[in-house]
Each structure stands twice: as C-alpha cells, then as structure tokens.
Design a protein around this ligand. Structure first.
Ligand code: AMP
Length: 289
C-alpha cells in the first residue's frame, strides 16, 4: 500500500522490468463485488494489478456527498489483498492536487447530458483525476465499470482525443439478487428505500422489452420506464425523484433514430440521501450482433 506518486512509479517500474503488463483499476473505495469484478478482469489477463482508492474531491459538487462518502480503507486493503492485487495506491488529496495545481481536462459534448446536467463539472473532475492516475501508473490497460456508462464513454473519448497510450476495458454491471446495481452509495439507503430501489432496474428492463418489441421512439420508451417507477413510488414522488430516464444512442448519447445500432437505456433516481444510477445496453431487433 503506497500513498505517493514516487512509490507507485518505483513498484510499477520494477514490475515492468520483470516483463509484467500493468493494469489500473481506479476506485473511490468502499469496495464491493462490482469493484472486485474489475480487479478479476485485470487479474484474468495476468497483469500486475494496481487499484487506486481515492475519493476525488473535484468530481463532487458543493452540495454533494463528499464529506459523507463511505471510507472503509482497512477493509478495502484486505479485500484487495485477498483478490490478488499487487499494489494499492491510496493517496492524500494533497498528493493528487499539490499546491498551485491548475490544469483540468474538459470532456465536451458527451458530458453535457444525463449525469452532466445535474452534476455540472462532475466529468471535468473525473477526466482530470483519471488523466492524473493514468499518467502516474502508465498502465497497459485500465478497467472501468459499465455501471457508469457515461463515464466509460467519456474516458474512452478522452484517451482517444489525447492520444493516451492505454487500452480502456469496460466490465459488465454486477447486481444484487433483486437486480439493484451494486454501488458504494447503496449503503446510504434506509430499509424502505432499499426495497424501493430495485424499481430502477425494473424500469430499464421494461424499456428494454419495449425496445425489443420494436419501439424506437424515445418519448414512448421514457414513458414505459417512468410508469414502472411510478408504480413503486407513486406519480408525484416519481416526478420529484427521477433525475433522468433516457433512451439514447449508446455511442454518442444523442437521440436515437431508426438505424441506431445500439441503444443505452439509463436512469438516475434519488432515494433519500442516495442518487442511484443504472443502465442497460440493448440491440434493437434485427441488429443484434
Ligand atoms: P467508484 O468507486 O464508484 O468510483 O467505482 C469505481 C469503478 O467501479 C468504476 O469504473 C465503476 O463503474 C465500477 N463499478 C462500480 N459499481 C459497479 C458495479 N455494480 N458493477 C461493475 N462495475 C462497477
């Protein structure tokens, strides 16, 4: 476990000198089975696996949950050790953002929709910290979760646009038995909210069923998804708590058309203190594969 850029470079340099390929799995800690699946994806390629644990302040808005974000560092380190992670990088804020730190990475259009609307500046913080981590570790590949679909697209775009020599691997969403996508923020849910929270995945599945039955109209798909949420939360609560529900082109996040090759159904809903996100990728009928 190291907390400085210099020590990361030393350890990673030694592993590279032994001929290992290097993987980076960036996290904010409070590790769960979703994170472990990313680690497994790295390990399955026999890479020297570096997990970063850093609650990045620049990706939180002023009224968001930075101060409340769960911190379980000792348990996270144990989980990493059991999962065969070679190096944990758990830096301080001052290590990642030293005095006079100025530069920010602006992702552009892909960040102007979905989570970017209710979290202005969020993806600037994400891109900036991921660029820093990629430059610190210089991995051959980095693993991200499809859980944060918009984030994964934005990171892919950043790496391509800035000619960063790293492969981006995106691993599937790991879910609880009732379909709820695993998230460190699920810890915020009161029992009743936890019971309600599965309606988000149900709504996405209803949208996917409609899409597979040939509905390629965004507002119809949105209505189908909203109806599932309203069934659990009631009509007015649904409107109050839904941040967004969208059916968009999975590559561009723009409006779908008849010939859109793959559709991303995605949503964000507030349950008490938690804002939960989830998504499904769907191939429209006749276009699978
Ligand atoms: P976080 O610690 O929430 O910033 O997440 C770190 C990484 O884990 C991101 O690439 C997330 O997309 C990924 N991740 C979080 N939850 C899940 C999940 N349920 N399934 C797969 N990946 C996940």
């Amino acid at each position: 476990v190291v907390d400085t850029v210099g020590l990361v470079r030393e350890h990673v340099g030694a592993a590279r000198a032994k001929g290992r390929s290097i993987a980076l799995v960036p996290t904010m800690g409070a590790l769960h089975a979703g994170h472990l699946s990313l680690i497994e994806a790295a390990r399955s390629r026999d890479a020297y696996t570096v997990v970063s644990i850093f609650v990045n302040p620049t990706q939180f808005g002023p009224n968001e949950d930075l101060a409340a974000y769960p911190n379980t560092l000792e348990a996270d380190i144990d989980a990493c050790r059991r999962a065969g992670v070679e190096l944990v990088f758990a830096p301080s804020v001052a290590e990642m953002y030293p005095a006079f730190d100025q530069t920010r990475v602006h992702p552009g259009l892909l960040a102007d929709t979905m989570c970017g609307v209710s979290r202005p500046g969020h993806f600037v913080g994400v891109c900036t910290v991921v660029a820093k981590l990629l430059n610190i570790v210089q991995p051959d590949f980095a693993v991200f979760g499809q859980k944060d679909a918009q984030q994964a697209l934005i990171i892919r775009r950043m790496v391509a646009d800035l000619f960063m020599p790293v492969e981006i691997v995106v691993a599937p969403i790991v879910r609880e038995a009732d379909g709820l996508a695993m998230s460190s923020r699920n810890a915020y849910l009161a029992p009743q909210e936890r019971a309600q929270a599965k309606c988000l995945h149900r709504a996405l599945k209803a949208g996917a069923a409609a899409l597979s039955a040939g509905t390629m109209d965004e507002s119809t798909l949105r209505a189908v998804m909203r109806a599932e949420i309203a069934e659990t939360l009631g009509e007015s609560e649904a409107d109050e708590r839904i941040d967004y529900l969208v059916a968009v082109d999975a590559e561009t996040l723009q409006s779908i058309a008849r010939d859109t090759p793959q559709v991303l159904l995605a949503g964000a809903i507030r349950f008490g203190q938690a804002r939960l996100i989830d998504n499904l990728l769907v191939d429209p009928p006749g276009r699978a594969g």
